[in-house]
Design a protein around this ligand. Structure first.
Ligand code: SAT
Ligand code: MN
Length: 594
């Protein structure tokens, strides 16, 4: 065993027990030094786990392919292990802790034989920030170590700040045989513990991300009076140089990374608008001394979806992924040893290897070169529009919360809630057409409250109550305003009505004007919608004319009536636990639509 980097009794005791269980040949502490990481990269290149890319075009970049059966989060194999099923609630898979521990321990036992155990101390949030929390991940995968080194702050400094505190999250990851039938991602909120077995993919194994920063942290937030949300954080700088921050929640693969890094349309650029990225996936939010809500991004990098990312859709993400990046499950262009994915450009390589590792000719093949959920792992500091507040220990003050999903027909381009509790209701009735980020059917509508359905570490009804309680603790003039957006509305021919991407700033502009009391609105059954004249469409030309804008902002009562049937059924699962305030909002909406 390499020299322990801490004398923390709780860490050493836990580690001793886990090492005894998994039986590695050796144990390596990750100290966070560039020297050690370079050595691990070299080792994984030698073993073939990582493929180094063209050093001229992609300096310090690598490609990794996961097993073909292991390419996305597995929600049906993800469990919340609370003492009672009610604590996990009807939307989570549940296993009793005793049963889960004995099952997982039997799978993990001896699984590191012949392998090295890596001990990764990591911090979610800037090291030393009062909003940050620490974790230790024990893994037998160098790929995990190298990804964690990008996605989180790792090493000695984390242990130094943690000292002897017991407030750290225990994470055990065992690759085992990547056997789908024995794959489990289990969270034990009461024990600050995560165990993940038989996967080597992203959100299943980078335990700081969804497992800790959302599932465990949402539970911690409930206990400690703060919030862990599946939200991007961005700052919009106006021509006066004032920056206002927005947190926005969308389900996985609905464009959070794109929105977080958007490039203002030309007219806005000329006027002096800028957008700054604080985070693209997760926000930890807490009331500050000034009575406002402040948010940090607990991550240190981006784990973005590659397909569809190009210079037009997300220039800043592409720039972020130009160096120091690990690509997972994209295609390899053998001619120049670079990467390619669907939607990067119109020139697929003819002499290539696809994400499965098979020879691939992009000019003739009907198979995809990159998996639809293929990813890039890039350091946040690479991003050209990274916020100056990215490392700020206190985070940034939030002006607005935005919810959204993919809805071809129902939701208007944007609407505002009438109050905080109505806003919680708007988040609670979120639904979206499914994407490739999770295994399962793509394109069916599923309810996904606050985009937290797969990530809430406790009963969703209690989570909604927590949202209501947070609002009750804020002065009305300090509370963020709450909105819903839908970039994905389609016309009857199935074409998108809104151009999206950079033009989404036009909608954020209205949202921020509402926060400042500087824009009017029309009150309709579902909330406040913009007056068409207040959405700036200058420069959109034929793309969006006034008639199309009217269609985008229209609210069809008949469709909403249908939607309410689904909401009523969804809420019904929570029985008496559903907050009364949400039931009241549902009744109000019903009568307003009637
Ligand atoms: O696979 S991850 O959970 O890390 C990414 C996502 O689904 O949003
Ligand atoms: Mn996500």
């Amino acid at each position: 065993m390499s020299q322990a980097l801490t004398s923390s009794p709780s860490i050493l005791a836990w580690l001793k027990e886990k090492i005894k269980l998994v039986q590695p040949d050796s144990v390596v502490w990750i100290d966070g030094s560039e020297e050690q990481l370079a050595q691990l990269r070299a080792q994984s290149v030698a073993s073939g786990e990582l493929l180094p890319l063209n050093a001229g075009k992609y300096p310090d970049c690598y490609l990794h392919r996961t097993a073909v059966n292991d390419v996305a989060r597995v929600e049906h194999r993800t469990f919340i292990c609370t003492p009672t099923k009610d604590e996990a609630g009807p939307t989570n898979n549940w296993m009793a802790p005793d049963e889960a521990y004995s099952l997982l321990h039997s799978i993990a036992a001896g699984s590191y034989k012949g392998r090295t155990a890596y001990v990764i101390p990591y911090s979610m949030g800037p090291v030393g920030s009062a909003l940050a929390k620490a974790g230790i991940e024990l893994t037998d995968s160098i790929y995990v170590v190298l990804n964690m080194a990008i996605m989180t702050r790792i090493g000695q400094k984390v242990l130094d700040v943690l000292g002897g505190s017991n407030d750290w999250v225990r994470g055990l990851h065992c690759r085992c045989d990547i056997d789908e039938q024995k794959r489990y991602i289990c969270q034990f909120p009461q024990d600050n513990t995560i165990i993940s077995v038989n996967s080597g993919y992203g959100g299943n194994v980078l335990l700081g991300k969804k497992c800790f920063a959302l599932r465990i942290a949402s539970y911690q937030g409930k206990q400690e009076g703060w919030q862990a949300e599946h939200m991007l954080i961005l700052g919009v700088e106006n021509p006066k140089g004032e920056v206002r921050y927005i947190c926005a929640a969308f389900p996985s693969a609905c464009g959070k990374t794109n929105l977080a890094m958007l490039i203002p349309p030309e007219g806005y650029q000329k006027a002096g608008y800028k957008v700054w990225t604080v985070g693209d996936d997760i926000a930890w939010i807490r009331k500050g001394p000034d009575g406002r809500l402040w948010a940090i991004n607990p991550e240190n990098g981006f784990f973005g979806v590659a397909p569809g990312t190009n210079a037009k859709s997300n220039f800043n993400a592409l720039a972020s992924a130009q160096k120091g990046t690990i690509f997972t499950n994209v295609a390899l262009n053998l001619d120049d040893n670079t990467v390619w994915w669907e939607g990067l450009d119109k020139n697929p390589p003819s002499h290539a290897i696809d994400w499965r590792g098979n020879p691939w000719d992009g000019t003739t093949s009907t198979e995809k070169g990159a998996h639809p959920n293929s990813r890039f792992t890039s350091p946040a500091k690479n991003c050209p529009c990274i916020s100056s507040e990215f490392e700020a220990p206190q985070g940034v003050p939030i002006s607005a919360f935005v919810f959204g999903g993919r809805r071809a027909k129902l939701a208007p381009l944007v609407y505002q809630s009438r109050s905080w509790n109505h806003g919680v209701f708007v988040g609670a009735i979120m639904a979206s057409e499914t994407t490739a980020a999770a295994s399962g059917t793509v394109g069916v509508v599923r309810r996904d409250p606050m985009a937290m359905l797969p990530f809430c570490g406790y009963n969703m009804a209690d989570y909604w109550q927590h949202w209501i309680d947070i609002g009750a603790g804020l002065d009305a003039d300090k509370a963020p305003k709450i909105f819903n957006v839908n970039w994905f509305r389609k016309n009857d021919d199935g074409n998108f009505l809104w151009p999206g991407f950079g033009d989404n700033l036009r909608v954020l502009d209205w949202i921020l004007a509402r926060c400042e009391g500087a824009a009017d609105a029309d009150e309709v059954a579902i909330g406040y919608i913009p007056k068409a004249a207040d959405i700036n469409i200058i420069g959109l030309g034929d793309e969006v004319g006034p008639a199309q804008l009217d269609e985008l902002l229209s609210v069809e009562p008949a469709l909403w009536q249908e939607e309410l049937a689904g909401v009523t059924e969804f809420f019904g699962q929570f029985g008496d636990r559903l907050p009364k305030a949400l039931n009241a909002e549902l009744e109000t909406l019903k009568s307003r639509l009637a």
